[in-house]
Design a binder for this molecule. Structure first.
Ligand code: WT7
Length: 630
């Protein structure tokens, strides 16, 4: 179906059930939105007052285009708001995390225990010489230990840089190197589909030549490695916790002190280190978790993302903890040990709010309606979607088979850079399948042409944000020019790099990326990153990568490859090139398809015209080729 037809087809509205509206935090989106725009600073300031500050801010916003500072001179510590505040308010014995491994073993950690573990690890990090402002890379399974590691860094003002455990050595090395991390926190392995994926050996390889890495803190999951420790300057994660004091007063952080770096793909081969700071990020993840998921005191919340991505940072760790709820964390994949495992846990734990990605929904849809039908899913009230556009078919399946008409869907559009939800509907507001919805409080968005002129309704253009917001990225680590580019592409606005359209009622539909960034199974992958991984194979001279529409993954990766003189195209060589990408970047970036070619279309300035390759591949109109070399 053409995109324009799709826009017309998905205009049906789904109204929330009365029970949801009645008990929702936000009953009148329109009026609060209006208020939040008329007095943005007043709005955020009121939210910030719900949290604790060691010293109150003097001013809400200082906007020095394109640099923003929020909550000027405010002092706080995000871990104080995520943990201590709840312990102090009588929630010491409330479960913060239920961390489940692939065998179904669960580890429950209460807010009191979390305070103890985080404080001890924080003291342990200090004892290793890590201090405020130092970077610590975290390469961990999706378990509560990863959250503890992040929070321990935040407790002492060290800047964490989590690297998704699905990335391989090359990707890990670039990220540790760029951040100049003083320590790496890792585990012996993670598990996927019953198989152990080693992590510690990958870390050892990655840091071999990085002499600024002083320590590796290792969660030795099966207590098997004690002898290796001495040689590698490795410290045992749980021993460090055990041997450190449980009293660790939170570092007094300025609102603008860095909280973390998270690398994300851009249009060049090198990932960008998106930097988030303390105060604004805390306020916005707290506010959006509360209002978009309608989180209440006793809710059981489950975000199926991995802590290695921004969704995990904002909506597994910081946002839900700031709201004091009980969260599920699960290691592994949605179909192991069986494709009903997620629904089994929803029933078992009585999950009220469930947040996942369209790619997972499409995959689970394939296994049939009978699978979720076996479980009691009546506890669900809010179903979230994130990471890529959700096609109306998947939306409706999610709505009917998981929500059973009793839960609402919130399709949340945002990015690593935005830190928190930017476009969605809140639970009390009618949703349209396939359209993310309306701007979040305090956010003004537009769909414009390249000069910044608004597009007419239902016409696709560039999605921009018109104002600074508290959880916006502050810079790209070590590369301010890359940061400034977000605000200079279309002057006056923040360019998201996405294409979108707005309908007559103001619902925003995000169509996809406008740049050379792919969305594969909800993961953001730069074409240039995959290309540079491919050319690491000794048989390859040059490569060009495009995304092709894929029913489950959203996009699949196709690579066009030029071989070096003397190499013959073969199926075996294709496999070896795939192995190279797997080793350099990780399984998520492996091309689904490889085609050997003699040359690649280029502009006169030497840039590969991926647009042209894609048009040819999909049998589409080729468009403007005036800059083509030949
Ligand atoms: C890109 C950001 C934000 C957490 C996960 C991804 C796409 C994200 C949606 C949505 C349509 C979406 C955009 C965006 N995207 N959510 N609800 N509808 N597209 O974070 O890796 O920084 O990727 O994901 O293209 O720019 P990310």
């Amino acid at each position: 179906m053409e995109k324009a037809d799709l826009l017309l087809k998905v205009d049906e509205k789904y109204y929330p059930p009365q029970e949801i509206v009645e008990q929702a935090w936000i009953k009148d989106y329109e009026s609060l939105y209006k208020q939040s725009i008329e007095d943005r600073e007043g709005f955020y300031s009121k939210i910030a007052e719900e949290l604790e500050w060691f010293q109150k801010w003097d001013k809400v916003l200082e906007w020095n285009y394109p640099y923003a500072k929020w909550f000027i001179n405010g002092k706080t510590n995000i871990t104080y708001n995520c943990i201590d505040r709840h312990v102090k308010n009588g929630k010491r014995n409330k479960v913060a995390f239920i961390s489940i491994d692939e065998e179904g073993n669960e580890k429950k950690v209460t807010y009191g225990e979390l305070l103890d573990l985080v404080s001890r690890l924080a003291n342990g990090l200090k004892s290793l010489g890590i201090k405020k402002g130092d970077r610590v890379s975290i390469y961990m399974p999706n378990t509560v230990e990863a959250a503890i590691a992040m929070l321990a860094c935040a407790r002492i003002g060290a800047i964490h840089s989590v690297v998704f455990a699905g990335f391989s050595e090359g990707a890990l090395k670039i990220r540790i190197d760029d951040a100049k991390a003083k320590a790496v926190i890792t585990a012996t392995y993670t598990k996927r589909r019953g198989k152990k994926i080693p992590l510690f050996p990958t870390v050892k390889e990655a840091i071999k030549d990085l002499d600024f890495v002083e320590k590796v803190i290792l969660w030795d999951r099966d207590n098997e490695l004690s002898e290796e420790y001495e040689e590698h300057n490795v410290v045992d994660f749980y021993k460090l916790i055990k041997n450190s004091s449980k009293d660790c007063p939170p570092e007094i952080q300025d609102a603008e002190d860095p909280l973390f770096i998270l690398y994300t793909s851009g249009t060049t081969g090198k990932p960008k280190g998106v930097l988030h700071t303390t105060g604004g990020y805390m306020v916005n993840t707290y506010m959006t978790s509360k209002y978009v998921f309608d989180l209440k005191e006793n809710d059981i919340y489950w975000c199926t993302a991995d802590v290695g991505w921004i969704t995990g940072h904002s909506y597994i760790v910081y946002g839900p903890l700031a709201n004091g709820v009980t969260s599920i964390m699960m290691e592994g994949v949605p179909v192991y040990p069986h494709p009903g495992i997620w629904w089994e846990y929803v029933e078992k734990y009585g999950v009220n709010v469930f947040y996942t990605a369209p790619t997972a929904i499409r995959m689970l849809m394939r296994f049939g309606d009978e699978i979720p039908a076996k479980y009691d899913l009546s506890s669900l009230k809010v179903l979230g979607s994130v990471g890529e556009p959700i096609n109306p078919e998947a939306w409706l399946w999610y709505y009917k088979n998981i929500g059973r008409g009793k839960a609402v869907i919130v399709d949340t559009w945002w990015q690593t850079e935005t830190g928190a939800h930017m476009i969605t509907t809140v639970p009390s507001y009618p949703a349209k399948p396939g359209k993310a919805g309306k701007p979040m409080f305090g956010i003004e968005v537009a769909v414009v042409d390249k000069q910044g002129n608004p597009m007419p309704p239902n016409q696709v253009g560039h999605l921009v944000i018109k104002n600074p917001w508290p959880s916006m990225l502050r810079t790209c680590w070590g590369e301010p020019e890359r940061y400034e580019k977000y605000w200079n592409e279309i002057p006056g606005y923040y360019s998201a790099g996405d294409l979108a359209a707005i309908d007559e009622e103001g619902y925003i539909m995000v169509v996809g990326r406008a740049d050379d960034v792919l969305s594969v199974a909800g993961h953001r992958i730069g074409t240039a990153e995959v290309e540079s991984a491919i050319v690491e194979n000794h048989a390859v001279t040059e490569a060009a990568v495009i995304g092709k529409p894929n029913e489950i993954k959203g996009e699949s990766i196709k690579a066009f490859v030029i071989l070096k003189e003397g190499y013959q195209p073969s199926e075996e060589l294709k496999e070896r090139i795939k192995d190279t990408v797997r080793e350099v970047l990780g399984p998520i970036a492996v091309p689904d398809e490889i085609e050997f070619v003699d040359k690649l279309p280029k502009t006169r300035s030497g840039k590969i015209m991926r647009r042209l390759l894609k048009a040819r591949e999909l049998g589409l109109e080729i468009g403007d080729t005036s800059t083509l070399e030949e």
